[in-house]
Design a protein around this ligand. Sequence first.
Ligand SMILES: Nc1nc2c(c(=O)[nH]1)N[C@@H](CN(C=O)c1ccc(C(=O)N[C@@H](CCC(=O)O)C(=O)O)cc1)CN2
Length: 303
Amino acid sequence: MTIPATPDAHLMVGTRLARDILIRSAERAAALVGRTGRRPCLATVLVGDDPASATYVRMKRNRCHEAGIDSRYVHLPAGTGTAELVTRIADLSADPAVHGILLQHPVPGHIDERAAFEAIAPAKDVDGVTTHSFGTMAFGLPGFVSCTPGGIVRLLDAYGVDPRGRHAVVIGRSPILGRPVGMLLLARDATVTYCHSRTTDLPAIVGGADLVVAAVGRPNFVQGTWLKPGAVVVDAGYHPGGVGDVDFDAARAVAGMLTPVPGGVGPMTIAILLEQTVRAAEEQLGGAAADPLAAGRPRQPDQ
Ligand SMILES: Nc1nc2c(c(=O)[nH]1)N[C@@H](CN(C=O)c1ccc(C(=O)N[C@@H](CCC(=O)O)C(=O)O)cc1)CN2
């Protein structure tokens, strides 16, 4: 018996879409300067010297520079306490020259990261990390979405993946990734199952999924044998050496659509951050109405 060869999964590439979002954000930033004489400004806050975090902050600041967005860099020593960090962020929240605030995650373990995130004023929460933003996102109200989840749904939209009526399995429940992406998929009428470290029989649950979001933070964790043939697989992991949370080669042979690492979800994260920064500046400076394509804003859920 010959087994017919299955074509490889179609790749959902984020690089091009992210570039388009950045170009559009740059145009809007320039238009805002034309109308108000002010450039959007993103404050980036890094605590400590974790090399990966420093790289991500540098990438964000470089993209800001390219898009005509000012960035203000606040680099605090690893020993900074919660109270000091909260004060610094509250100062940025009160500063009219700053339109968006990003606190790079993770912060050193002795800091209460949630308290620090909550010091970001909702109007400046362009990274979508506060409970306010989570609430508005979950209820489909105007606000900012968490950037990677927002990038994921934009990528799905761009590739014509409609989650409506599909069984979506989210592996991971972190506050800025797993939880919010499940909410955004729910708002798009998916039937959402969250899996996490206490989930039993993960492969069986993943095997029933039409759409899998891997946000677990462990390299090559999701096996190709777990996947339903033809499933849409979003790999939100990023590990040294360009490895994601999904065993890419094995998944590619089974999935219908798959995001690569690098070049999938990662670039979308920064594009959404900049798009939301421009929107925040427009709103604070009395610029144009918000972009109708704004990141992943869900409809109001009904039943
Ligand atoms: N406050 C936040 N902290 C963190 C977030 C976040 O959204 N807000 N996300 C991640 C890290 N992250 C941004 O901070 C991030 C990760 C990866 C990429 C990316 O573009 N990766 C590239 C590869 C980059 C390279 O190594 O050359 C890709 O996947 O193609 C962007 C942003 C945790 N912290």
